[in-house]
Design a protein around this ligand. Structure first.
Ligand code: GLN
Length: 193
């Protein structure tokens, strides 16, 4: 199984490590050019800075090809800035995005005073064992459309969701050793039926 990791900016190496740790059959490819989307079975969009990422995706001519592939069924997993890239609406911003998930997100949503924090949260699709979530200037999902399955909340705010083959988390699963969310993406979104 070959998983592309968008490597324009942000925490892409950590995602590659997590994905490869999921199994010997998992290969990864850094994606910077449209041609590198060819033959991948899934795509991860890492954390970073969504405005920069959107601009770079536009400059590198990646926005439309990724959209095109996703519409043809390419599974996409976005974390933090990647979640923002997946959102249809970004509160108060018209920055470039993929808009593949029917949700409204708020950037930097946990306040300026608390830039980063960690919390044990329950992620419904992963069972009862809590997930250590690392939040770094994290967004949250203000509104999720009817087709969006809410997977996790923190203090009443939606922080993980799935819509079809798209998975989004406001936190950084690639920064802990817990591979369950990556495995969920591989097994539930990518695996061919
Ligand atoms: N605050 C960043 C943004 O709006 C996201 C932060 C992150 O990805 N760690 O893009």
């Amino acid at each position: 199984m070959l998983i592309g990791v968008l490597a324009l900016q942000g925490a892409f190496r950590e995602h590659e490590n997590s994905l490869r740790a999921c199994g010997e059959n998992i290969k990864t490819r850094q994606v910077r050019l449209p041609g590198q989307l060819e033959g991948i079975d899934g795509l991860v969009i890492p954390g970073g800075e969504s405005t920069t990422m959107g601009k770079l995706m536009t400059d590198y001519g990646l926005l439309d090809p990724v959209l095109d592939q996703a519409r043809k069924g390419l599974p996409v997993f976005g974390t933090c800035a990647g979640l923002i890239m997946l959102a249809r609406e970004i509160n108060g911003s018209n920055q470039p995005r993929l808009g593949l998930m029917d949700m409204l997100v708020e950037r930097n949503a946990f306040g300026r005073q608390v830039d980063s924090f960690e919390a044990d949260i329950e992620v419904s699709c992963l069972g009862p064992e809590p997930f250590r979530a690392v939040f770094i200037r994290a967004p949250y999902i203000m509104k999720a459309g009817p087709g969006v399955e809410v997977l996790a909340e923190y203090k009443g705010k939606i922080v993980a969701a799935r819509q079809g083959k798209c998975l989004a988390a406001a936190f950084h699963p690639e920064l802990t050793g817990d591979l369950r969310l990556h495995r969920y993406f591989l097994e539930r979104c990518v695996r061919k039926s």
